[in-house]
Design a protein around this ligand. Structure first.
Ligand code: F6P
Length: 345
């Protein structure tokens, strides 16, 4: 069988720390150990539509392990989305296939979240050789225990919560911090526990406003004047209001106490990757190259019981990995007195 000669690599969806570590881990051994030509594709799948390519050389990969963001750039281009299906009057998936073939690629490495893995799977059904790497701060990709970007985001959010404790104590206030996570509350759960959040609200666990208020008032009766509330952006809330603002207003109204909201936002996706994310991104990238060399396409690298393994993209593309109400971390948090907005049985 012919040896692998040329591969393309792209980063798509929300950016996060660790993307460059993953690019480096795929491309350096490809170039240095296998003599493979590597084509960087700019701005996710958009770069394959627009033929926007970046030749990746050993020099270009130097010094990027610790660099946040992605040297390739990213976008949320979804080529299979019906409402914008054409590119210069040709169906986008066909344009991508044509440009993949014109480049003479043996494989396309797709680094991204749920939307990216879904697109990669659909491209594989058109005959394009793809390999997926799981990336998202939300950590909600099915089939893997870890997506790089998540650990860095949890560290940033935890540091922010630590800082909110001091100002909450000084003013005897309720401080509400909103972290990212539209559908999955992994960042809120992990940073809430690590940061000593008194109340943690997740999209997966419905809450009752009066239970939150009662919990805070009972703390005030015990002369504990400050409370830290960690909420995921995707919890139930009025559509025109951020989760943090809504919960802060609810608390001010029901408890008649000073409450302030902080939306951490994109800070969770910026800066250098944590050591863990650098390591997992390196493990995933080198494992992805092994799959390419062995021509095991149509798969995503994954982590199970701390072992790097693979899962067919077909298994990944239509599911989310959400926090289950009986998750062991929720049990631990409840044991130390954390409130999840529900009536305790
Ligand atoms: O998917 C990761 C994520 O950061 C989510 O947590 C967040 O809700 C979303 O991306 C923000 O999307 P955008 O970067 O397009 O504003």
């Amino acid at each position: 069988m012919d040896r692998i000669k040329k591969i393309g690599i792209l980063t798509a969806g929300g950016d996060c720390p660790g993307l460059n570590a993953a690019i480096r881990a795929v491309c350096k051994p490809a170039i240095l150990q296998h003599g493979i030509e590597v084509v960087g594709i700019a701005s996710g799948f958009l770069g394959l539509l627009e033929k926007d390519y970046i030749p990746l050389t050993e020099d270009r990969l130097s010094g990027i392990l610790t660099l946040g963001g992605t040297i390739l750039g990213t976008s949320r281009e979804k080529p299979f989305r019906k409402k914008s299906f054409l590119f210069n009057e040709i169906e986008k998936p066909q344009v991508i296939k044509n440009n993949y073939e014109e480049l003479g690629l043996d494989c396309l490495v797709c680094i991204g979240g749920n939307g990216t893995q879904k697109t990669a799977y659909k491209l594989s059904q058109l005959g394009i050789n793809v390999i997926g790497l799981p990336k998202t701060i939300d950590n909600d990709i099915w089939g893997t225990e870890a997506c790089f970007g998540f650990d860095s985001a949890v560290g940033i959010a935890t540091d922010a919560i630590d800082r909110l404790h001091t100002t909450a104590n000084s003013h005897r206030r309720v401080m509400v911090i909103e972290v990212m996570g539209h559908k999955a509350g992994w960042i809120a759960l992990h940073s809430g526990i690590a940061g000593g959040g008194d109340i943690i609200l997740l999209p997966e666990i419905d809450y009752r406003e009066e239970i939150i208020a009662d919990f805070i008032l009972k703390r005030a009766e015990r002369n504990i004047g400050s409370t830290i509330v960690v909420v995921a952006e995707g919890i139930r809330k009025p559509s025109k209001m951020s989760a943090g603002t809504y919960i802060s207003n609810v608390i001010s109204g029901l408890c008649k106490m000073e409450s302030r909201g902080t939306v951490l936002g994109y800070i969770q996706r910026g800066g250098t990757p944590s050591a863990y994310d650098r390591i997992i991104a390196t493990r995933y990238g080198t494992a992805a190259l092994d799959l390419i060399i062995n021509r095991e396409f149509g798969k995503m690298v994954a982590l199970k019981n701390d072992q790097v393994t693979t899962i067919d993209l077909e298994q990944v593309e239509s599911k989310l990995r959400l926090v289950t109400p009986d998750h062991k971390l929720i049990k631990s948090a409840k044991s130390v007195g954390t409130c999840f907005g529900q009536k305790e049985r």
